[in-house]
Design a protein around this ligand. Structure first.
Ligand SMILES: NC(=O)C1=CN([C@@H]2O[C@H](COP(=O)(O)OP(=O)(O)OC[C@H]3O[C@@H](n4cnc5c(N)ncnc54)[C@H](O)[C@@H]3O)[C@@H](O)[C@H]2O)C=CC1
Ligand SMILES: O=C(O)C(=O)Cc1ccc(O)cc1
Length: 362
């Protein structure tokens, strides 16, 4: 393999070789970095090594330059403390989804945190385990680093080097800022998505059969691991409870207006809440990490092999850069919809050129 020049200097030891640990290992191995692995489960560590995420740590191995703790949040503080004691020369980071609880626990225990830099890649998948690991999991995703005044520059640089080698985008936050932020953009959506998906349980099969992109978009993360999320939500309960209370108030206001839409002002209240959603969604960063939004062209494709490949080839021939692609099947019909995101300035030409070539657009 053609190895990419690494920023990370020295060897890396990963404790917890599940989804996050094995993904980091896979990515670092692509840069030729020596990665050793450790896990409570001998099967997980062997699996991660078999997939190419690193090698099982041996008794005589020298101390690593960096230890990455990728264990569940409820044992993160324990494992970080142990790593700092076992490898006093090493920098130690963790990737837990919450940053304040482990930091406060380590501080409460009086652990010397000079060599510890908490971090959190905002990238994951619904299912954990080494078998789900991907080297490109972190590409283009934010990676938060929490340093304090005592953090030595070299320690910070080493953690940042790993994030950059894995293609992530660095951000600095305090543990408190981090937890409030992820409470809003990750933890609240998880609860809403799960509760919404749970409403589907009593529904008849026929109703579920009508489901389209709207339901899929709003429930994708409802497949997440309940055990991990009990830990994450429990550790970040203060901001999440605050946000759930505020959401409950919005739901109550919305429901009241909808209960009697004929009452004066009710329709306005409903419209205002929906319009606030329009404004909120427009703030979600696009593919390039800015608020830039793309124009979406919907192309009708026959449900036959090779149609999507032909469409993509023709887009390339037309010199149209596709920023994103989503496929949607029409229930019961032999057609699908390819939703292609392009820069707004090329949208009109793209529709004209595709139409000229015989494609139908919506
Ligand atoms: N799953 C996700 O989407 C994301 C998870 N995270 C964080 O990454 C961390 C790991 O999560 P995943 O990789 O998803 O979980 P996972 O369940 O896939 O992997 C965790 C691994 O840690 C091992 N482990 C548990 N206790 C241990 C201990 N005391 N010593 C050594 N190994 C131990 C387990 O056997 C398991 O293989 C968590 O703190 C999570 O909050 C961060 C970003 C995204
Ligand atoms: O929420 C998201 O956007 C994800 O991609 C999944 C995820 C889950 C847990 C994390 O700590 C970070 C990311």
């Amino acid at each position: 393999m053609n190895e990419l020049q690494a920023r990370t200097r020295g060897s890396v030891h990963i404790i917890g070789a599940g989804l996050l640990g094995a993904s980091i290992g896979l990515g670092l191995r692509e840069h030729g970095i020596d990665v050793t692995l450790e896990d409570l489960s001998p099967t997980t560590v062997a699996l991660a090594a078999d997939y190419g995420a690193g090698r099982v740590r041996a008794a005589g191995d020298p101390s690593p330059a960096l230890v990455i703790v990728a264990t569940p949040p409820d044992v993160t503080a324990d494992v970080v403390e142990r790593a700092l004691l076992s490898y006093p020369e090493a920098v130690v980071t963790d990737v837990a989804s919450v940053k304040l609880a482990p930091f406060l626990e380590l501080t409460r225990r009086g652990v010397d945190l000079t060599n510890y830099v908490g971090s959190h890649p905002m990238a994951g998948r619904e299912r954990g385990g080494a078998i789900m690991a991907r080297a490109d999991l972190f590409v283009g995703r934010p990676w938060v680093v929490c340093r304090d005044r005592e953090t030595p520059a070299e320690a910070l640089a080493l953690v940042e080097a790993v994030a950059l080698d894995l293609g992530a985008v660095l951000l600095e936050m305090t543990p408190d800022e981090h937890d409030r932020s992820v409470g809003l953009v990750s933890h609240l959506p998880q609860v809403v998505s799960s509760l919404l998906a749970a409403r589907l349980l009593p529904a008849p099969e026929q109703a579920i059969g009508l489901a389209g992109a709207g339901l899929r978009d709003t429930t994708r993360i409802a497949s997440s691991d309940p055990e991990l999320w009990v830990q994450i939500l429990g550790a970040n309960r203060e901001p999440v409870v605050e946000m759930l209370d505020a959401l409950a108030a919005d739901i109550a206001a919305f429901t009241d207006a909808l209960r009697d839409p004929a009452q004066p002002g009710a329709k306005r209240r409903i419209a205002d809440l929906l319009a606030a959603g329009n404004s909120g969604v427009s703030r979600i960063p696009g593919k390039h990490g800015s608020s830039e939004r793309f124009a979406v062209i919907t192309v009708i494709v026959d449900d036959r092999p090779g149609q999507i490949a032909r469409l993509l080839t023709e887009l390339g021939e037309l010199g149209i850069n596709m920023e994103d692609l989503r496929l949607e099947h029409s229930p019961g019909a032999q057609i699908g919809f390819a939703e292609i995101a392009v820069l707004p300035e090329v949208a009109e030409r793209a529709v004209a050129d595709l139409t000229e070539r015989g494609w139908r657009t919506l």
